[in-house]
Design a protein around this ligand. Sequence first.
Ligand code: ATP
Ligand code: MG
Length: 476
Amino acid sequence: MNLQDFAKLLRARWLTVCITIVVVALGAVAYTLFTTPLYQASTRLYVSAAGGSTVSEMYQGNRLSQERVLSYSELLMGETLAKRTIDKLGLDISAESLQGNVKASTKPDTVLIDLNVVDESPVRARDIANALSDEFVVMVRELETPEDGSRPEARVVVEQRASIPDSPVIPKTSRNIGAGLALGLLAGIALAVLRDLLDNTVKDRQTVEEITGAGLVGSIPLDKECRKEPAIPFDGNNSAIAEAFRKLRTNLQFLAVDNPPRVIVITSSTPNEGKSTTAINIALALAEAEHNVLLVDGDMRRPILHKYLDLVGPVGFSTVLSGRASLGEALQKTRFPGLTVLAAGTVPPNPSELLGSLTAKNLLSELRAKFDFVVMDSSPLLAVTDAAILAAAADGVLMMARFGQTKREQLTHAVGNLEDVGASVLGAVFTMTPAHGNSSYYYSYYGEDSARRSSRQALSADPAAPSPQPPSTDVP
Ligand SMILES: Nc1ncnc2c1ncn2[C@@H]1O[C@H](COP(=O)(O)OP(=O)(O)OP(=O)(O)O)[C@@H](O)[C@H]1O
Ligand SMILES: [Mg+2]
């Protein structure tokens, strides 16, 4: 994956990245709000050693002070001084916890010690810092005074006393939120990459072509209008979905040029992948190109075409096959010029048997003779054998795969079911591809070569298209 692919991946999964950033940043805000504020009070101590009157004695005294500074800072953070300070202030804390709040630091080549004390109360922080410093002055005097009671060899002076701190040093609000945002960004990117690696749905041309062993001949965008009105009015309609069906129609005409398929089964691996909607609109797109088209509802278990097209349901395919109606009685003209429909008929107890019968084969031959194209909707391949049986009797299958939903294994399994009955897959169609945004990522990320290949294969002109098309590929 190069940098460009990475940028496209992030664009495709921007929502994951944004949500992670917001969640982690909110976590940082909550952490900041729930952290007990700590105040810091500071004093500065000056260490001096008894020097002499000559320059060398003064130099020696200064060296002595610098050497002592390190030991003094250890004593400042030590247990003895902590206990003495607790006794002096009458505090109700252990020496150990006070030690944890005291930090003494020195600067190299100086005789200064900075003492910092943190506490939940600003006043107490100041009191402890001052008391600790005062006690230390006394302690050093005791330690440095020789046994004979002569002058101490070194002494400490509180050069700067502590005052009440105005604002807490903890929590560090801006640092926490900044860290939260940075961490959120990193976690979001990691999550986006991980989700991409774990995603086993079909989203790219190369995968779909490898699994089906056929080219991707169409890509139907998600269109909310389609949910309300599945039959797209093609007349003068240049919407993205109408154009997608026109491209699919064109690509269909270029499949198996020597023996163009005319009886086509529309199927998919699982339910709700857009088979029926696509079947209707492929039929309408073919009818728009002045072909005489029959749309057959071959899904006898969940017949839907009559509902999508406001037609009569109970008389249709199953009724003709069982001999209870003639073909002429069952065929229904629609409000769309050139489109005739054979509904599913009453739901039979044995759809697979009916579809696999010799009568069904003969009926399909009769329909082939009567119409330019017979488009057959069917049931999902992984649910029942009906679609595979229909496919075996037809010229071929258009395999629908719902973009980002159909899993690779499902598609593989479904194609296997078709291979078992010797049915040929004419082409694959992506359904409900996102109208904007991330679909292009997958096409270009994985399938550039293939896209170019198909682009060469695809037509240069479609006589039925309402407006001149650029050399058409089968992707949006
Ligand atoms: N291109 C599209 N844009 C938006 N919604 C769509 C599109 N295609 C199909 N749908 C919606 O998806 C749902 C399933 O569609 P459809 O009935 O065509 O699927 P199906 O594969 O035939 O389902 P089943 O397996 O039950 O027969 C319907 O609500 C339909 O309106
Ligand atoms: Mg259906």
